[in-house]
Design a protein around this ligand. Structure first.
Ligand SMILES: Nc1ncnc2c1ncn2[C@@H]1O[C@H](COP(=O)(O)OP(=O)(O)O)[C@@H](O)[C@H]1O
Ligand SMILES: [Mg+2]
Length: 255
């Protein structure tokens, strides 16, 4: 009774000059589950995500999608496989309306090259309704939105296009309690739809609330993987700092 893997990384390495960001990371991401990626600052989480989404190329190692080796040369390659990412900086354009941000670089076009504005506005409103995102109207410019609304819009954009998988890099780091709850609700909705989610989080209570399994990175290595039912906040903190050895650390690596 094993869940099929959507994405798998084998022995990824990535260095920036003398800094070894990834020192041979392997991980598996089960299809349809919410996986947390945790680790201290500098552990390599964002670098790993950038390698999994074609933003950066690993120096060595392999990535498999649905069991097949893939080469991701750009974010576009990941997008074509149905993988969308919500980055820490959100990548929203402030001067554009909500609907324009949702359709950024994917404008619906009529045969003669005319952009189908009405259809995009209608579809945007539908997406926001489906996801229960609270914005005044999709014609409002993003500049006028709160942090939580902006985060929700960035996630909604990823959700709208990420048919297979949505990756989020610290989606609630800058949010208040209510806004965080809204984002967590979105993650649950994704899960209900069968979308695979990878979420980087520093909030262990959040990991316990919304994730199925958790993966711990320490100094560019994957040191532990557990279903959340096997861990608690204290254990996760111990795994992150190294106070508790991980179940994937070899005796050699730990010494
Ligand atoms: N573009 C870069 N140039 C130089 N060093 C980098 C770059 N990106 C990441 N690093 C370094 O790689 C390590 C891992 O960084 P990162 O993946 O951002 O960690 P995390 O997201 O877990 O905080 C850190 O030491 C960081 O300073
Ligand atoms: Mg990071």
């Amino acid at each position: 009774m094993t869940t099929p893997l959507l994405l798998e990384a084998r022995d990824l390495t990535k260095s920036f000059d003398s800094v070894r960001a990834l020192g041979g990371v392997s991980l598996t991401i089960p299809q349809g589950e919410v996986t947390a990626l945790v680790g201290d600052n500098g552990a390599g989480k964002s670098t790993l995500v950038r390698c999994l989404t074609g933003v950066q190329s690993p120096d060595t190692g392999q990535i498999l999608f649905r069991g097949e080796p893939v080469k991701l040369r750009s974010p576009e390659d990941a997008r074509k496989m149905g993988i969308e990412t919500v980055y820490q900086d959100l990548a929203l354009i402030d001067d554009l309306a909500v609907w324009q941000n949702l359709f950024l670089n994917r404008e619906l076009v009529y045969p003669l090259g005319i952009v189908n504005r009405r259809k995009m506005i209608a579809r945007s409103a539908e997406i926001m309704r489906e996801l229960d995102v609270d914005v005044p109207t999709v014609r409002t410019t993003v500049r006028r939105m709160s942090g939580g609304q902006r985060q929700s819009i960035a996630i909604a954009r990823a959700v709208a296009w990420g048919e297979a998988m949505v990756i989020m890099d610290e989606p609630t780091a800058a949010l208040g309690v209510r806004e965080t709850a809204a984002v967590e609700k979105l993650v649950r909705k994704l899960r209900e739809r069968g979308v695979t989610v990878l979420i980087i989080s520093h909030d262990m209570a959040q990991v316990m609330r919304i994730c199925d399994n958790v993966r711990v990175l320490r100094r560019g290595r994957s040191v532990a993987a557990h279903p959340v039912s096997e861990v608690d906040g204290d254990k996760l903190v111990g795994l992150i700092t190294g106070a508790i050895p991980g179940n994937l650390e070899t005796a050699e690596a730990a010494s």
